[in-house]
Design a protein around this ligand. Structure first.
Ligand code: TXA
Ligand code: MG
Length: 339
């Protein structure tokens, strides 16, 4: 199968494929997704196969009209409604008990479903023209970094899927914030994203960040979100987080110099790294820039044959928490202290 690249103007062609039960690469504001008719078990099976994804890891269902939410879930609590009003369309996925409109395979065997109304105009057009909710995990092969451009997705999926719609680079660069509800007033963040705990707090009385967001689960722990238990986002190179300021980071890296050793640093570290003769790649200064560039830089460093990547990590508040969450998984929870 040749994978066809479609332009954003050809969204109707992609929607026709979706209606026929085919699976298609879809740009969203977070990362590229691999979309298929959420109600079509064969399409969903094809998504799992193309990604090489474990069958117990559920897919997010995407809608492009608020009215399409109610049929998917048994009930929409007032807090969920309020969050939708504030954050949809946008990078927020809400998990609620599902109806039988969502096949068991789409839900990874769970009795819940995560629903998201993406903000990207091309995603919205594809979903509207398809006329059905679209199940879409991130468009990478299972375990590799999420694709933030159509070219990244092609690199993973060439020959495995019929088409990818090219909607340019993703604005956020990290996947949506995933939340569940502990009760009518408490939101639990299972995966941090561009909708931050601080922002959720402006609508929800209580916001809890699940312990699995930053910590490694001990074997046997019951996970609230199956995705948490898999090693994620990992490039081929070994990734390590190095805590400490620029000076300590550089001193540490000087001791680690060897072929294939790279540093992934903030823009503001570059001059000092250059002076010290450290092979460094920048991924931004603000949390938002780092989020947008993170997965792309990991892929780039893999292409350059990196063997080890030492990373300056952002703080764990705001969007920084989303970056740190991906980083610590890419790093297999290895955090080094430089001083
Ligand atoms: O931004 C995004 O969310 C992207 C774009 C394409 O929309 N999609 C995405 O999907 O990141 P995926 O499948 O790569 O990640 C979904 C995560 C997984 O960790 C999964 O375990 C969790 O959300 N998840 C999905 N449905 C769930 C459910 N019913 N209960 C618990 N966790 C769920
Ligand atoms: Mg994913």
């Amino acid at each position: 199968m040749n994978t066809k690249m479609l332009r954003a103007e050809e969204a109707a062609e992609a929607a026709a494929l979706l209606r026929r039960g085919e699976i298609v690469g879809m740009p969203t504001e977070t990362v590229y997704g691999l979309g298929g008719d959420a109600g079509n078990a064969d399409a969903v099976r094809a998504i799992f196969a193309a990604k090489g994804r474990p069958a117990d890891n559920p897919l997010i269902v995407h809608i492009a009209d608020l009215r399409d939410w109610a049929p998917l879930v048994t009930e929409i609590p007032p807090l969920a409604k309020a969050l939708a009003r504030r954050f949809w369309p946008g990078p927020l996925t809400m998990i609620l008990p599902r109806t039988d409109k969502v096949p068991e395979i789409t839900a990874g065997g769970l009795d819940t479903v995560g629903v998201r109304f993406p903000a990207h105009p091309v995603a919205q057009e594809m979903i509207r023209l398809a006329g059905v909710p679209i199940a879409a995990p991130s468009g990478n092969r299972s375990g590799s970094p999420s694709p933030t451009t159509a070219a990244h997705m092609l690199a993973d999926m060439d020959g495995r899927i019929p088409a990818i719609v090219d909607g340019g680079s993703c604005l956020c660069g990290v996947e949506s914030t995933v939340i569940s509800f502990d009760n009518g007033s408490t939101v639990r963040v299972l995966r941090p994203g561009f909708v931050t705990p601080e922002q959720l707090q402006t609508v929800a009385p209580n916001v809890i960040v699940d312990e699995a967001v930053l910590a490694q689960l001990t074997p046997g722990t019951v996970v609230r979100s199956p995705g948490m238990k898999y090693k994620h986002y990992a490039p081929k190179a070994e990734v390590m987080i190095v805590e400490g300021d620029t000076r300590h980071f550089i001193a540490y890296l000087l001791r680690k110099q060897a072929e294939g050793v790279y540093a992934l640093v903030f823009d503001s570290d570059m001059e000092a790294c250059d002076k010290a003769g450290i092979l460094a790649v920048p991924y931004g200064d603000t949390d938002e820039q780092c989020a947008a560039e993170f997965f792309a830089r990991l892929r780039e460093l893999d292409d350059r044959g990196a063997k080890a990547i030492y990373v300056r990590a952002p703080r764990t508040d705001g969007v920084g928490l989303a970056v740190y969450n991906r980083l610590i998984r890419a790093a297999g929870f290895r955090v080094l202290h430089a001083g």
